[in-house]
Design a protein around this ligand. Structure first.
Ligand code: SF4
Length: 394
């Protein structure tokens, strides 16, 4: 693929990143008459159920820096993150009308409260609060999650007007497994040659995936991997860092560009984490003879990424982050949290202690999805990147 094709591919993902009125979803519905779309909030929702019902899963992450908040502020106190305000704004201004239902995962109290507000504001829409377990035993958490999945399977089947069969579920699991594989390959390429697949492009690709069917997105990711691998982009003298804390409210693209220009190669991150929450393919060696709901339960209990809103019992907080630093050969960690994000900010001291114990350098800053001033972050990240180059042993 030529440089021009790579540019065209990035331009397409850039347009999708800016598509806050979900024109791509409207187009998909127009091309598939009679079908429906179901939005899901960050971070994790069992999107396989939506795909299995023949509907389009749509990642809803707010308006970023493109939406002026006029009515959204009226529904929340001032001291919470920005995401719910812009989601409300998009809801009341009609941008999300093309979604026929919404799943609100149990990420934090803010999203739970948003699901209640949504039910009041949009009584004609299907709304479900996805209460995933924090007990990872099969007998309790597994049984609970199974009942939750069966409930959603029936609900989504009613919304789609058809029964969701086991065969439908396996087909959807395979589609999303292929998407997971493509994203994993993308992350591996970036960790190996971050100059060929910069995070500003990887981020656009992931954001595009929130609006595209999972199989179409997997193909887009694979096309990008082939084009980026074949490019003649040169390595720069940048520091390798892991970015963490940004799993829910997403930073503006310009913030990522700023970090790169400040001298950072981001070699791993938790941006747009939802589609990567299950680490490995759900269809395992036991194959499709199994009950597909059991396979979804098993994946959630055993293969979720350790992150702030997943209980890890007695395991050491931060051990997984340190392992990522080691496997990605990173020299330091950037903590990037949305302002007022309790899950991210409450985890940060424990994660920092784990890094300190191993002598891994880190720095931290906060952002909002509509942050527009990057000078301070640029200076901080630039100083951090320089200090890693001067004093890091990695
Ligand atoms: S950004 Fe943080 S506080 Fe806000 S909705 Fe997401 S997890 Fe909750």
């Amino acid at each position: 693929m030529s440089a021009a094709s790579l540019d065209a591919l990035v331009a397409r993902t850039d347009a999708l990143l800016r598509d806050v009125r979900l024109d791509a979803v409207r187009d998909w519905k127009a091309r598939h008459p009679g079908t429906k779309a179901v939005g899901y909030l960050p971070v994790f929702a069992p999107v396989e159920l939506i795909t299995a019902a023949g509907m389009l899963p749509v990642g809803i992450i707010g308006g970023g820096d493109q939406v002026e908040i006029i009515r959204g502020d009226a529904y929340f106190q001032s001291y919470i993150c920005h995401l719910p305000r812009s989601v409300i704004e998009l809801g009341v201004n009609g941008a999300l009308d093309c979604c026929d239902g919404f799943l609100f995962p149990s990420t934090c109290d803010v999203i739970r409260n948003l699901s209640g507000i949504w039910k009041v504001l949009f009584p004609g829409k299907y709304v479900h609060y996805v209460d995933v377990p924090q007990d990872f035993s099969r007998g309790r958490g597994g049984a609970w999650y199974r009942s939750e999945l069966e409930l959603m399977r029936a609900d989504l089947g009613r919304l789609a007007g058809r029964e969701v069969t086991d065969a439908d579920l396996w087909r959807a699991i395979r589609i999303h497994d292929e998407n997971r594989r493509a994203l994993r390959e993308l992350y591996d390429l970036r960790a190996k040659e971050p100059w060929k697949a910069p995070t500003s492009e990887v981020y656009r690709l992931q954001r595009a995936g929130l609006l595209l069917p999972a199989d179409e997105h997997a193909q887009l990711v694979r096309d990008y991997i082939a084009a980026a691998r074949g490019s003649d982009r040169r390595e720069l003298d940048q520091s390798r860092v892991v970015l963490t804390g940004a799993f829910c409210e997403q930073p503006p693209l310009d913030l990522i560009v700023t970090l790169e220009r400040a001298g950072c190669y981001i070699v791993d991150d938790d941006l747009v984490l939802g589609p990567r929450m299950i680490r490995e393919p759900i269809e395992d060696a036991r194959g499709a003879d199994r009950d597909p709901i059991e396979a979804l339960v098993d994946a959630f209990l055993t293969r979720t990424v350790p992150t702030a809103f997943v209980y890890i019992g007695e395991a050491e907080k931060g051990a997984a982050l340190c392992e990522t630093v080691a496997t990605r050969r990173a020299e330091g960690v950037l903590f990037a949290s949305p302002s007022f994000c309790d899950p991210s900010l409450l985890d940060r001291p424990m994660l920092a202690r784990a890094l300190d114990r191993r002598g891994i350098s880190h720095t931290s800053f906060k952002y909002a999805e509509n942050t527009g001033q990057f000078q301070t972050i640029r200076e901080q990240a630039g100083t951090f990147a320089d200090s890693l180059k001067l004093w890091s042993d990695a």
